[in-house]
Design a binder for this molecule. Structure first.
Ligand SMILES: [Zn+2]
Ligand SMILES: [Zn+2]
Length: 316
């Protein structure tokens, strides 16, 4: 029993090391897909259409402008997720104490109970003044609410959602919005490319004459298939994350929530949305926050989260 546990831990470690090694390859893969798409759409198809005159030129210009705008937004969001630290636990972090009850405010019974075996093991190590505060044995530190240990990153990540191989980073409190924008713009861009290359793709299988060298035709074919595949898979992912944001839940918490009928962080759809995107409408569609939101909203720092006050009493 003990031995198999050790073997499994070793395998998991190896898997995590492999994921870490994938790092730069995934970034190159993303840029490769962007490059193939750019070549197929701009260089071989819609670029030349620009010079045909008439209606085709206007359509081609509209497609090219929209494509370049979405590409800028997509790459901006993508590198924001890649380069933004998802949020680590500050050294010697201590929970804020509630003056009246003497309890640490943000920690919940449900979160505490549902962490399973890991939690039982660490109970004895938690803060003696507040036994509900979770403790990470790997990092040797207390865990703020909604924080989870990522075995790929090898550290605790604030409001961890998941470790994403495509962005070679953890998705957590400080870069979740950027990740969602990356999904959003990827969906729009890949849908635009799929629809724009559809006539060429249909022509490819029809008997009619098609222009272009075998190389450009192959690139167009590849770009169409890749973009269609990304559009469909990203759409599913986007729908899932829209429902998670609406309920103020992370992917990890979605599993915990199954046993919790009332989720304490669910403070209404509008406020749940603002906790991820901020309150300033001008910043909703760009990977950034206003200075004022960063100052006023503790949720954007990843250490404290507002919750339904009536659920505090229920959980004891
Ligand atoms: Zn940890
Ligand atoms: Zn991670």
């Amino acid at each position: 029993m003990h031995r198999s546990g050790a073997v499994m831990a070793w395998n998991v470690f190896k898997f995590c090391t492999a994921l870490r090694g994938l790092g730069s390859i995934m970034i190159l893969l993303v840029l490769g897909v962007v490059g193939v798409t750019y070549y197929a759409l701009v260089v071989t198809n819609y670029g030349p259409f620009m010079y045909e005159g008439g209606f085709d030129s206007v359509t081609a210009l509209a497609v090219l402008i929209l494509f370049h705008f979405l590409l800028v937004m997509l790459l901006w969001s993508y590198f924001s997720v890649v380069l933004t630290d998802p949020g680590g636990v500050p050294p010697n972090w201590r929970p804020l104490m509630d003056e009246e009850s003497g309890d640490a405010d943000p920690l919940t019974g449900s979160e505490y109970c549902n962490t399973g075996l890991g939690m039982q093991q660490s109970t004895g190590l938690s803060d003696p003044a507040n036994p509900r505060v979770r403790y990470c044995r790997k990092c040797n530190q207390l865990k703020p609410p909604r924080c989870h240990h990522c075995s790929v990153c090898g550290r605790c990540v604030l409001k961890m959602d998941h470790h994403c191989v495509w962005v070679v980073n953890c998705v957590g409190a400080l870069n979740y919005k950027y990740f969602l924008l990356f999904l959003f713009y990827t969906f729009l861009e890949t849908s635009l490319v799929t629809l724009s290359l559809l006539p060429q793709f249909i022509a490819f299988f029809s008997d009619g004459e098609i222009s272009g060298t075998p190389g450009t035709l192959a690139t167009t074919f590849l770009a169409f298939v890749l973009n269609l595949a990304f559009a469909l898979s990203v759409m599913g992912f986007l729908i899932m994350h829209i429902s998670l944001v609406a309920g103020n839940t992370t992917t990890i918490e979605a599993y915990e929530k199954k046993t919790t009928p009332k989720w304490r962080y669910d403070i209404g759809r509008k406020k749940n949305f603002e906790q991820v995107f901020g309150t300033d409408k001008r910043y909703w569609l760009i990977p950034a926050y206003s200075e004022e939101d960063l100052r006023r909203m503790p949720a954007l720092q990843g250490l404290e989260y507002p919750s339904k006050p009536d659920l505090d009493a229920q959980e004891f």
